[in-house]
Design a binder for this molecule. Sequence first.
Ligand code: FES
Length: 226
Amino acid sequence: MEPAGGSAHDQSTTPVAGRGRAFSSVRVNARGEEVRIVRLAGSLFVCSKANDSCCCGWAEKGRMPFANALWSDEWERRRVRNRLHLTFTGCLGPCAAGNNALLQLHGRSIWLCDLNDAALVPAVFDYAQAMIDAGRVLPPPPQLAAHVYERYLPSPATDRAVVAGGGDGDGDADRSDLDRIDPVCLMDVDPATAQHTVVYQGRTIVFCAPSCKTAFLADPGAFVVA
Ligand code: FES
């Protein structure tokens, strides 16, 4: 079946050095240009007062107040940015159950509620990491069991088509695509015009900015390098 919305985008997959994971990209069109987007295991969305939530993070509404760094520091410390994206949002919808977060992983939406204890933050990342390592969705650990629920109606059995740009990531490797990816921020950088590069393990790695190059040189093994 052809994916909804037209033909599938090209994909490329190749093993990640030293990690045994696949590094996969998809080509998409934006503003008349073709760009490469790295495919991730998933995203974590955290409803935040700093991002104009109406309830989550509001002490005056009985919720645990937090600075975004409570989540972002843990995310950075675990070095999962190339597999799990972190986004702070405004209202996600189920305000009464806040503080709320939404974990989208392996094609599933895993809703988390009542995150009003700082100890739950590392527990959420532990859970996400366990599912990334397992390559599938797992039941929540005991610490999170009361915080995880299904918010969305199940899809009709017939509605299982992969949307455009999806697929299983088993496309043929395309070295030229992967050589365009900044391994720190995952931006698409044209090697022909890249101003920040470093030769690593015989490959020229491109970066979008000096800060990404600095971060990479500080700990190359922490970043995906296809
Ligand atoms: S304010 Fe967080 S879900 Fe509405």
